[in-house]
Design a binder for this molecule. Structure first.
Ligand code: ADP
Ligand code: ZN
Length: 570
């Protein structure tokens, strides 16, 4: 841009301004050419926060505009007197229909202003990159492409994304069957667990370009710039045909919209809306997949997670023992490690380390060896690196109290697993682990048969006992004084479940079907929770030998799959 002469720039200006005026005039005179959409579509867009302004009047149609486009739309006028209020509640600007053309009439000015603003910024930046310049790195997939082999561990996650790779390669194959493949996936898990790496591997395996941006690039900018960056990003991907678009830190744009003082962050909302619109815009035969990464799934706006958007959520968890061993082997490969360096015991020492920390550890060890002028990397260099890495990480203190922590967690999770196996053998336990997941403290996930219409009273009780068995195991094994805060999520869930049991399903002995709420119902709930907890403790005591076996195995291997669990209990 700086190569252009001043005159040329002025020329461009005038041309752009003319274009703007022509477009504006076109919009003004062509109110009748607005695109018509069904009312249901309109209502959906309002729900999704996409509609910016509606012109309401007595005419059979109402006109409206979306946040992210200059196009004019029309839909049938439902002539519902409540509509104005509903729209206002949804944050939509409502204007009298007779004034609506006024917005369009304003357009040339707005466009001209916008053009002027951006052109000015572009000129004033001596590097020639204005606010509109896209900070997208297109990684070409040559021989250096990352593929699944580069991702160590993460076995479950790889399984979950494998079919998406095939979809990107052969979109037509799926389109022919009318299959709706995911347009978006969310990778969630702690930092440094390989989310970016996995997304690159998806692109690498599919042999398509990889476009990466970070959600934080989109915010803290002038209103409208984030949205236009999103559109530019998708345009690039479309031009490439098939592609993987990667958005790191999606929470920066996709956080739950909180009502209240900081509720209206226009910039973020517009960016998010632009993203959703772009995603709903590509057809099933296109072979473009958007992968977003976040550390916290629970903070994301629900709108992002709906079907047709980021409807596949893949957890990328901290590696368990086998995963860490795998990652260490990967990065030791190609380094001159001495034979006596014991990677297995290093893997055991590095509970709660992410893949990035493990990679860093071996890299530090290599640097230590180089500094010391040694030919090879020995145990001393590795040990030194271990302390360097934990010193730079808040996880350090966790590693210190790790043994006792691990023991309690092993019994807690073991309690849940034992109860599931004994009480509800029809439920599967895909995996028990003591590596914390982002979903909750422990790694245990209670799997309920999802396709049930009704639960019986006995089933609900078994669920409650299973939820309580974690805390029960802590108390039975370590004593009343030593129970931990680790059960808080379980306890919340049990209380919700028992409340329904008593006050919705009329299943308690004392209240029966007289399901009033109030003090009495609260008493009854407390009583029921106590009764069920008693049962959980009883169960744990009776099968303490089995519980100990499970806990020991968890201490040793950190996670157990269903077969291993069955063997221990048999
Ligand atoms: P995230 O996106 O989850 O924060 P990254 O993908 O950026 O994590 O990981 C950072 C680095 O850590 C990677 O480039 C890689 O060197 C290493 N790493 C993390 N997890 C793994 C893994 N499972 N296998 C191999 N390397 C890993
Ligand atoms: Zn628990």
């Amino acid at each position: 841009m700086e190569k252009l002469g001043k005159k040329k720039i002025v020329g461009i200006f005038v041309a752009l301004a003319l274009v703007a005026v022509v477009i504006g005039a076109f919009v003004l005179n062509n109110g009748g050419d607005a695109q018509f959409v069904p009312y249901a579509q309109f209502a959906g867009w309002v729900d999704d926060g996409l509609v910016s302004q509606v012109g309401l009047g007595d005419a059979p149609v109402i006109s409206f505009q979306l946040h992210n486009s200059e196009n004019l739309y029309e839909t049938s006028n439902p002539r519902n007197p409540m509509l104005t209020q509903e729209l206002l509640m949804a944050g939509v600007d409502v204007v009298e229909a007779s004034n609506f053309a006024g917005i369009a009439g304003f357009l040339p000015l707005v466009i001209f202003g916008g053009v002027f603003f951006f052109a000015f910024r572009a000129i004033s930046k001596n590097n020639g990159r204005g606010a509109m310049a896209m900070n997208v790195s297109a990684v070409n997939t040559g021989e250096t492409a990352v593929n699944f082999a580069a991702v160590a561990g993460n076995v479950e996650a790889k399984d979950m994304v494998a079919d998406v790779v095939d979809f990107i390669k052969n979109p037509d194959k799926y389109a022919r069957y009318g299959a709706r493949m995911p347009r978006g996936m969310i990778f969630y898990g702690p930092p440094g667990t390989g989310k970016t790496l996995m997304a690159k591997a998806v692109a690498g395996e599919a042999g398509v370009p990889f476009y990466a941006v970070s959600g934080s690039d989109f915010v803290q900018m002038y209103v409208g710039v984030g949205a236009s960056r999103v559109r530019e990003l998708f345009k690039k991907a479309r031009e490439a045909g098939r592609a993987v678009i990667f958005i790191d830190e999606i929470d920066a744009v996709g956080k739950t919209r909180t009502a209240g003082v900081n509720g209206g962050n226009d910039e973020r909302d517009q960016t998010l809306n632009a993203l959703l619109t772009e995603m709903s815009g590509f057809g099933s035969g296109e072979g473009i997949v958007v992968i977003a990464a976040t550390n916290r799934l629970d903070t994301l706006d629900e709108a992002l997670l709906r079907p047709g958007r980021f409807d596949r959520q893949v957890e990328i968890a901290l590696p368990d023992l086998a995963g860490r061993q795998d990652i260490l082997n990967t990065y030791a490969h190609g380094k001159p490690m001495e034979k006596d360096v014991n990677l297995h015991s290093l893997a055991k020492q590095t509970v709660f380390f992410s893949g990035a920390m493990l990679e860093n550890l071996l890299n530090e060890a290599a640097i230590n060896a180089a500094k010391a002028g040694k030919e090879t990397i020995g145990q001393a260099e590795v040990d030194k690196a271990f302390y360097t890495v934990i010193a730079g990480s808040e996880k350090a203190d966790r590693s210190g109290i790790m043994e006792q922590d691990k023991r309690i967690t092993a019994y807690h999770e073991g309690g849940h697993a034992l109860a599931t196996k004994l009480l509800s053998p029809e439920n599967s336990v895909a995996k028990v682990t003591i590596i914390p997941s982002t979903k909750g403290a422990g790694g245990f996930c209670l799997n309920l048969p999802p396709d049930k219409l009704y639960y019986t009273k006995a089933e609900l009780e078994r669920q409650a006992i299973t939820l309580l068995a974690g805390r029960a195991a802590e108390e039975v094994v370590f004593g009343t004084e030593n129970v931990t805060t680790g059960a808080s999520n379980d306890i919340q869930r049990v209380n919700a479940l028992v409340k329904d049991y008593v006050t919705k399903y009329g299943m308690s002995q004392r209240l029966g079907l007289a399901i009033t709420s109030g003090e009495k119902a609260e008493d009854v709930c407390a009583e029921e929770v106590g009764r069920l907890y008693g049962k959980a403790c009883e169960l744990v005591k009776r099968h303490k030998d089995k519980l100990s076996k499970i806990a020991d195995a968890l201490m040793e291997k950190e996670s157990l799959n269903e077969d291993e669990l069955d063997l221990l209990i048999a």
